[in-house]
Design a protein around this ligand. Structure first.
Ligand code: ZN
Ligand code: ZN
Length: 386
């Protein structure tokens, strides 16, 4: 045995860790592992919805599902997941994706797989798992092909650094949507009920619906502008908002990275004027859909500049500059719907190019994972008060 062979350390084999230095290119078993795990999660979710509709499905959607097609789809999902898991296990030294996918497939198959008996839908308390799965599929189907076809950064992969953290934010924001909505409405109802002027609310509700929609977008964005600007200026609030600005790779998923306190402060305060003005439920729902779509879109990795519209509506380029780490772009572009507020209050910044880099440029040491990010602002507050 020569000297070189003796000094060589045995290679560390990461069989199950998700953090591995193994390559992720085509043929490395990484893509098949991700597909296997995603399909296994989806398949298990659908089987749970079939077997326990009372607990996992939305009553309004139950009667709409074509069960024959859904069962055929489950068979396709589960068998594709199994096949992809075997490919990944064969090609890849790290077995985390393959083994996790198989571990999820076992309960799905044990519950009957595509033949799982349809359970009774009687209970009143439910988690709308079907709705969340449809939501995730909807966003993936729209934004992933869009970012592939019109990418601003062509070399940026779908599974870019920290995608798992942001997917957890996405899932969490959607699963907790009912609780978040209740918490958002609570301060307005608890503390501002006294300020309601019924004739004003009746007048607003009788306005032409498109006019109500324009009104709600302008008013909500005006409030959002000032709350957002405050979050940037007040140090203890900035720590919460810094989580959102720790994003260094912009794509549709990046917009989900928001601390729960950031969501509750911003949405809770924006809701106060909407509550006082008494906008109809339909308009508030439409506003909710617009903000969900626009907030996702303005973070997307798309190169569209919307030159004609950019002065009226917030575009991806406008919000990408809000996330830029270039000194001239710091504390600029606070609006989410209409850039008019930034123009009026002197924070509009829109060079005719795209930012080179995003993030905090080392000004805050925001940790990488979901739970560490959750505790980060609280720890920073405690440190500052010591
Ligand atoms: Zn911001
Ligand atoms: Zn953002």
């Amino acid at each position: 045995m020569n000297k070189r062979q003796l000094s060589r350390k045995p290679r560390k084999i990461a069989f199950f860790s998700l953090h591995t230095r193994e390559p992720t290119h085509f043929g490395s078993g990484w893509m098949s592992g991700v597909i296997a795990l995603s399909l296994a999660l989806l398949g298990l979710g659908v089987v749970l919805c079939i077997k326990f509709p009372s607990f996992f499905t939305l009553p309004e959607l139950r009667s709409l599902y074509p069960m024959v097609w859904i069962r055929a789809l489950v068979l396709l999902i589960l068998s594709s997941s199994f096949l992809a898991a075997i490919i990944s296990l064969t090609l890849r030294q790290n077995k985390a994706f393959g083994v996790s996918a198989l571990a999820l497939l076992v309960p799905a198959v044990l519950m009957g797989g595509h033949l799982a008996p349809l359970g009774n839908a009687t209970a009143n308390a439910y988690i709308a798992l079907d709705w969340h799965l449809l939501n995730l599929i909807f966003f993936c189907l729209i934004f992933i092909p869009l970012e592939r076809a019109y990418a601003l950064r062509h070399t940026q992969p779908v599974f870019r650094p920290k995608w798992r953290t942001d997917l957890l934010y996405f899932a969490n924001n959607h699963i907790a949507v009912q609780t978040i909505a209740l918490l958002v409405m609570l301060p307005a109802k608890l503390f501002f009920g006294w300020a309601v002027i019924t004739p004003l609310q009746v007048w607003v509700q009788n306005l032409w619906l498109p006019l109500q929609l324009i009104g709600i977008l302008l008013i909500a964005d005006f409030c959002q502008y000032w709350i957002h600007r405050t979050l940037h200026v007040v140090p203890c609030l900035w720590r919460f908002h810094a989580i959102h600005h720790s994003v260094e790779t912009m794509d549709w998923l990046a917009g989900s990275r928001l601390h729960l306190a950031d969501v509750l402060i911003t949405r809770g305060l924006v809701y106060v004027p909407l509550f006082l003005l008494g906008f109809s439920e339909t308009i508030i729902l439409a506003y909710g859909v617009i903000i969900a779509m626009q907030a996702t879109f303005i973070h997307a990795n798309v190169r569209w500049r919307f030159r004609a519209l950019a002065k009226l509506v917030v575009t991806p380029q406008f919000h990408h500059w809000h996330h830029s780490s270039e000194p001239a772009a710091i504390d600029k572009n606070f609006a989410v719907h209409v850039p008019i507020w930034d123009r009026l209050f002197g924070t509009y910044y829109m060079p005719q190019r795209w930012p080179k880099e995003y993030g905090l440029a080392g000004t805050e040491q925001v940790p990488n994972n979901f739970w560490s990010q959750f505790w980060y602002p609280f720890k920073a507050l405690l440190k500052a008060n010591k």
